[in-house]
Ligand binder design. Structure first.
Ligand SMILES: Cc1ncc(COP(=O)(O)O)c(C=O)c1O
Length: 350
């Protein structure tokens, strides 16, 4: 607190990211990173971009990256917006598309950055409760609103909804923007990107941080009607015209083009997840049905916080949220088979 702070800064309630510890080596299952390295093609492209051209500004439009994404999803470059991680893309979405006279709707249990952006941009928001089993009931997202946002699969619950329910929502809600945050879609849900051709109010946001193993490069993107993309470009060009450096553009584009490597790491994570779910269930945990690269699980005694601390002491980091409704659950990122076996063995001992 300081007299030099603006009122806005006084009133902020910033997001707290999961720990990135520097004190010791942990089995790190707390921030939903991918346990496998990025595509070798992405690393080669990053190295190749690190040359004397770094003295020049990068392409402000990141066209090479937009073209790789457009090609992958069979859409046009004009349908793509790219930013410095999907968090930055989401920030521009809140500022440019979700601030209106009616309240923004999002689930009560969801990505904890949404209330932070709503507060930062002074957007009135209404939280819509998930059902008792933590499933998302999109029928409840009705009535006048200034926009709707939800992750699919949801975080931290890991549960996905089908495209049929998303399409029903879009049909019932044509007057405001519907944002589907697909940070985890590649691990078992269906992307809503094909629906953008039919619904000019649909925006899909994705990231390179999870399924493409590039959390450290900071690249995210949005796909939607050019009018929505144009709004994001206007915000971006009023904030930072060069959100992506040369290495980020080259590396992310190469990762997008390497479909084979991407498919093999996603498949491996899904297989490890199924093994983990089975073993956790055998240990008495209740595990929500996961379509993500993490699971959300309740220990048999509901003592999630104590277990989080005990695991940390034994060198395993998972994520615990001290929040009503979910304070008896742990969010566990899927690592390699070896990491998960270490985690499961320590868990069994505890
Ligand atoms: C639901 C959801 N959306 C977006 C993000 C942001 O990802 P990034 O900024 O790394 O692209 C995350 C990160 O954990 C997330 O869980």
């Amino acid at each position: 607190m300081s007299q030099y702070w603006s009122k806005l800064v006084h009133d902020l309630d910033p997001y707290v990211p999961g720990e990135q510890p520097k004190d010791q080596r942990y089995v790190k299952l707390n921030t939903n990173e991918c346990p496998y390295p990025p595509s070798p093609n992405a690393l080669a492209a990053i190295h190749a971009a690190a040359d004397e051209r770094l003295r020049l500004y990068p392409d402000p439009n990141a066209d090479e990256l937009k073209d790789a994404i457009a090609d992958y999803y069979s859409v046009e470059r004009a349908n793509i917006f790219a930013g410095n991680g999907s968090d930055e893309v989401l920030a521009h979405v809140f500022c440019g598309l979700l601030k209106h006279d009616a309240p923004l709707l999002y689930p009560d249990i969801s990505y904890s950055f949404y209330p932070v952006y709503a507060n930062l941009y002074q957007i009135e928001a209404k939280q819509i409760p998930l059902r008792d089993d933590f499933s998302l009931n999109l029928n409840d997202f009705s009535g006048k609103n200034g926009g709707i946002i939800f992750p699919n699969p949801n975080a931290p619950t890991s549960m996905a909804v089908g495209l049929d329910v998303i399409e029903a929502l879009l049909q019932a809600n044509r007057d405001s923007v519907v944002v589907v945050d697909e940070a985890y879609v590649d691990f078992g849900a269906q992307t809503a990107i094909p629906l953008i051709a039919k619904y000019p109010n649909l925006l899909v946001v994705q990231t390179f941080s999870k399924s493409r193993s590039l959390a450290g490069l900071r690249v995210g993107f949005a796909v939607g009607h050019p009018d929505l993309i144009n709004a994001l470009e206007r915000v971006k060009n009023s904030f930072n015209s060069y959100p992506l450096g040369r290495m980020a553009i080259a590396g992310a584009a190469a990762a997008m083009r390497d479909k084979e490597y991407f498919a093999s790491t996603c498949q491996q994570i899904i297989a490890t997840r199924e093994m983990t779910v089975q073993k956790l269930t055998e240990l008495g945990f209740s595990v929500l049905p996961s379509a993500a690269n993490f699971v959300f699980a309740r220990p048999p005694a509901g003592n999630a916080e104590a277990l989080y601390l005990a695991l940390k002491q034994r060198g395993v980091l998972v994520r615990y949220f001290n929040k009503l409704r979910i304070n008896e659950y742990l969010r566990i990122t899927i690592g390699t088979d070896d990491e998960m076996n270490t985690f499961l063995q320590i868990l069994a001992e505890l």
